[in-house]
Design a protein around this ligand. Structure first.
Ligand SMILES: Nc1ncnc2c1ncn2[C@@H]1O[C@H](COP(=O)(O)OP(=O)(O)OP(=O)(O)O)[C@@H](O)[C@H]1O
Length: 269
């Protein structure tokens, strides 16, 4: 990411205490009641270090989205707690939780979630505009340059490629200098080249800006760009891999899921 080092130091706010950007303790989420209840998360304990890129993987239905939504304050757990920085989400009423998400958290979604009537620039500064704040012009310029959108700022989303739209979303996530960025299948709607660009930008946000990124993905190649890959199965943490290769991720997945093993053999080797 082409951002100069003085801005790097000022680039990202770190949460008050050193250490974890986000932590979960005894995190459980149950949908429904009685025999039909689904335990989507089952007493998960996890710490996500500040300034690191962590991928969350696991078979379909293993609880990845539920975990991301609970960590990001988009959904309330049935039991357990989540802290973002020094803030215990359970201590926040809905209004304060909304403010925390707006001011301290960046989001990148599979479907970009841009507002179609706004230009790229208006979408990028939207979290600040909603908060009644003006962008720091130098930071805006740097973020826009970093994601390669300087000549696309006046375009509306429909006039941009999928990869460009996702780069707008990444710039929007960075503009508030959040404590953490949550990315939910950020490459899921992109061709492999645009997907690789998005992963490079997320990687560089971590390496250059000290940003903390937590990403759900189905793609072992995407996960291999992370510093750490945590694997869920049936709502529990079953593997915690430090800087694995795509092949190691595939092997770990294949060990969980017989159908995955078939995919791993046919795709990976
Ligand atoms: N709103 C809901 N109501 C009832 N059950 C739900 C709800 N959301 C998720 N579930 C169930 O919780 C479990 C975990 O779902 P979740 O979407 O978190 O898994 P996932 O790993 O993200 O799956 P995928 O990879 O297919 O997106 C699944 O069994 C799912 O059917």
């Amino acid at each position: 990411m082409r951002v100069s080092s003085p801005a790097t130091a000022a680039g990202v706010q770190q949460p008050g205490s050193a250490g974890a950007a986000v932590s979960a303790r005894g995190l459980s989420k149950r949908y429904g009641d009685g025999p039909a209840a689904v335990v989507a998360l089952d007493a998960v304990d996890l710490d996500f270090a500040a300034g690191r890129f962590t991928a969350i993987m696991g078979p379909s239905g293993s609880g990845k989205s539920t975990l991301l939504h609970c960590l990001a304050g988009l959904d309330r757990p049935s039991a357990g707690s989540v802290r973002i920085g020094d803030v215990d989400l359970d201590s926040l009423d809905d209004r304060r939780l909304t403010l925390l998400r707006r001011d301290r958290v960046g989001f990148v979604f599979q479907k970009f979630n841009l507002l179609p009537a706004l230009t790229a620039e208006q979408n990028i500064v939207l979290p600040l505009a909603i908060a009644g704040r003006r962008p720091d012009p130098a930071w805006l310029r740097q973020v826009v340059a970093a994601v390669g959108l300087t000549d696309r700022l006046r375009h509306r989303p429909a006039e941009l490629s999928g990869g460009q739209q996702q780069r707008v979303a990444i710039a929007r996530a960075l503009i508030t200098r959040p404590w953490v960025i949550f990315a939910d299948e950020p490459t899921g709607n992109l061709d492999s080249r645009a997907g690789a660009d998005v992963l490079r930008l997320l990687r560089e946000a971590v390496d250059t800006l000290g940003q903390s990124v937590i990403m759900v993905t189905h793609d072992p190649v995407a996960a291999a760009r992370a510093d750490r890959v945590v694997l869920l199965a049936d709502g529990r943490l079953v593997h915690d891999l430090a800087a694995p290769t795509a092949e190691q991720v595939l092997d770990a997945l294949a060990g969980l899921d017989p159908a995955g093993a078939v995919r791993a053999r046919s795709v990976g080797r």
